[in-house]
Design a protein around this ligand. Sequence first.
Ligand SMILES: Nc1ncnc2c1ncn2[C@@H]1O[C@H](COP(=O)(O)OP(=O)(O)OP(=O)(O)O)[C@@H](O)[C@H]1O
Ligand SMILES: [Mg+2]
Length: 360
Amino acid sequence: MKVTSEQILNALSHVDDPDLHKDLVTLNMIRNIVIEGNLVKFDVELTTPACPMKDMIRNACVNAVHHFVSKDLEVDPNMTSRVTTTRDTESMLPGVKNIVAVASGKGGVGKSTVTVNLALALAQTGARVGVLDADIYGPSIPTMFGLKGSHPEMKDNKILPLERKGIKVLSIGFLVDEKQAIVWRGPMASSAIRQMVSDVAWGELDYLLIDLPPGTGDIHLTITQSIPLTGAVMVTTPQNVALADCRKAMGMFSNQHINIPVLGVLENMSYFSPPELPDKKYYLFGQGGGMVLASEYGVPLLGMIPISETVMRNTDSGTMESPEVEIAAIYRAVAGELARHIAIVNMKRKSPNNVPSSTE
Ligand SMILES: Nc1ncnc2c1ncn2[C@@H]1O[C@H](COP(=O)(O)OP(=O)(O)OP(=O)(O)O)[C@@H](O)[C@H]1O
Ligand SMILES: [Mg+2]
């Protein structure tokens, strides 16, 4: 039996992307079909290298070819990715596909810790990741990345971000003395933020994560109004006070003038599992708050991150070590969820610019 590319495409047109609710052929995700005797190879271009459903989609492709063409074929899909974007490539940061703000209402809920660990988890999937520390008055990114005291170089009148573990990083802490920025008034802080976006050679990135200061101040207004954000992630702890503050911050993003999609809620410090009782969960700050908030706003709960001594130690000391196995797996899952929801938001916007370059 001579198998043709058309038969393979027809079979794969029965496989839907579970998030985008369209088939892989319509979504233009199938590339480079090669048929050599009994062997069928093709690339499946997912919307992110962090796709949590990679294995499921791969199996569905194999099953579809077996079912619609022939059981005797050896099917070998190669899972690749092209991170999608709806950003206007004419605008600022043309090489950056997605800009995501990490926000919270209350301070100290773990935004910076989450930003660093999500950046690590995304970078480990092969995505190109940058982190911008927008906390002008209390930058913690230099410490968490183990880059305190480092200074970036300039090239062609642009600041070159520093790099750690393949992640590009920039913070006001690299540019001016800590005590200096603390006394800046709002307009100066806002102008510093704008410069850290437009005067920096961020280059080609799939995801630029912006670690925001807590609350809803001048810096937030600047970022939401002058930086084209793909969306925002809301970090909260389960306590009621944290949830109440988080509602205010969510209101800021979903405000009709700003209208930035909230990609999801991430509950941090959700529970504690003692090392000697890993299956036991103690909900020290209450239970279910993140879920309540997510359902109230009709956005997904991206995950629940436990209280972890190693997370605290790694980020506070800037070792950039991956946290212990279980926590690393949780961050990977959250990063996958985030990447999925970015792809969904991009799909909903259906921009003609949705044709970015390859990352794998
Ligand atoms: N899951 C966690 N388990 C244990 N400690 C954590 C966890 N997440 C954050 N922390 C610790 O809590 C403290 C506050 O975290 P972080 O600085 O990330 O919060 P933040 O929301 O960025 O604060 P700010 O509002 O001041 O910017 C840090 O010492 C951090 O190490
Ligand atoms: Mg912070």
